[in-house]
Design a protein. Structure first.
Length: 382
């Protein structure tokens, strides 16, 4: 009797185990066409986040990266102009100079020859002037013929033009002819005010005329920033104001700009031609750099923003990308129901408040008040 009882108990337990193994598990979600049904008691449902779509004021914006450059009018590359030997160096790397300050002096035979030619022209002009005035007086007293006076006048004009040409040539080399002394070294002076950012000179070095740049001076109080913009953003650029373009706030703070400082960028120029390789256009921005924190060659993130009132928008996290179109999951009337719906995107918008999530306007596909899935949509792809 005991054996029969044990056998029956074993059969019951075996049957119960088999039933437990074969009982189906309830999935977290089911997909029926374009509708996803999520079990509201599942852990997956707790991971999902939705947001109601509404119209609000936003800023259409896009980001790009620019490169800091020195405006050509604020930079000067100074060469030797004459072949000669460096006698003295007046400046050091990083030194601030004013326009006309001496940079270095050069012992140059060609410059001495130019001095000599100027002094000879000056002497010839003085002689021609005296002769002209004397002939003028004699003509007034009818002591000479008109032809003699005309010859003196011609000599005077030729001497004057010759002297003016020599003076102009010396002034082009920033030489003060009123203080010129024969044999003095040639002093190269700064053509602009700024900072010495390059210096390649050494005392006693023999310089040749083909050396294009030995000293570079640049004024960095205002810099240019060049950037690339995509073809679709070019119409937006034409409507931007000075205050609508700025450095990324986080980057400006990291560079050391004061928190309350405003760094508007002025749009100077937009390249009329597109680069064929990336369908983008170059633009030129001017930026004040009185603190000297922007250095030539730096890569800087830029923000272009424009008011876009009453834009119906969704967070970027709500967007799902299909093979041919973008779609979102719209929450249905029944709890746990989400319907896949294709949409048409508009422009990219600035993040609101403290959020760093990008938003996009909706051109078609959604209505105000509908709730879309903003977090967890990727679970439905599994």
């Amino acid at each position: 009797m005991l054996k029969i009882t044990n056998t029956l108990v074993g059969c019951v337990l075996l049957t119960a185990c088999q039933q437990a193994e074969t009982s189906p598990t309830i999935p977290d979600f089911q997909v029926k066409g374009d509708t996803v049904l999520v079990d509201t008691s599942s852990g997956l449902y707790k991971k999902l986040t939705t947001e109601a779509i509404s119209q609000s004021d936003n800023f259409q914006h896009f980001n790009t990266v620019g490169v800091v450059e020195i405006p050509p009018s604020q930079e000067a590359a100074i060469g030797p102009f004459f072949q000669g030997i460096v006698q003295r160096i007046y400046v050091q790397l990083g030194q601030q100079v004013k326009a006309g300050d001496p940079l270095f002096s050069l012992r140059a035979p060609a410059f001495i020859a130019l001095q000599r030619a100027y002094l000879e022209a000056k002497s010839e002009f003085a002689t021609a002037t005296k002769h002209y005035k004397r002939q003028q007086l004699m003509l007034a007293k009818e002591l000479i013929a008109q032809r003699s006076f005309e010859e003196a006048n011609l000599s005077y004009e030729l001497a004057r033009v010759n002297l003016e040409q020599h003076i102009a040539e010396l002034k082009s080399y920033q030489v003060d002819v009123t203080k010129l002394v024969l044999g003095q070294p040639y002093i190269i002076r700064a053509p602009i005010a700024g900072e010495v950012i390059e210096q390649k000179l050494s005392h006693g070095a023999l310089l040749t005329e083909d050396l294009a740049s030995l000293i570079r001076i640049a004024s960095l109080k205002k810099v240019w920033i060049t950037a690339q913009i995509k073809e679709q953003d070019i119409p937006t650029i034409a409507r931007l104001k000075e205050s609508s373009i700025s450095l990324a706030p986080g980057y400006a703070a990291a560079l050391g700009f004061p928190a309350d400082s405003e760094l508007p960028l002025l749009l100077e120029y937009v390249q009329p031609e597109l680069a064929s390789e990336n369908r983008s256009a170059s633009l030129l921005l001017a930026c004040d750099n009185n603190l000297g924190l922007l250095k030539p060659g730096m890569f800087v993130p830029l923000i272009f923003s424009m008011p876009k009132p009453h834009a119906l928008a969704v967070p970027e996290t709500a967007l799902q990308q299909g093979d041919e179109q973008t779609y979102v999951y719209v929450e249905g009337r029944e709890k746990g129901t989400f319907i896949k719906r294709s949409i048409q995107l508009g422009a990219k918008l600035a993040a609101e408040g403290t959020s760093f999530t990008a938003r996009y306007t909706i051109a078609a596909g959604l209505d105000t008040g509908e709730r879309v899935l903003t977090k967890g949509g990727f679970y439905f792809h599994k």
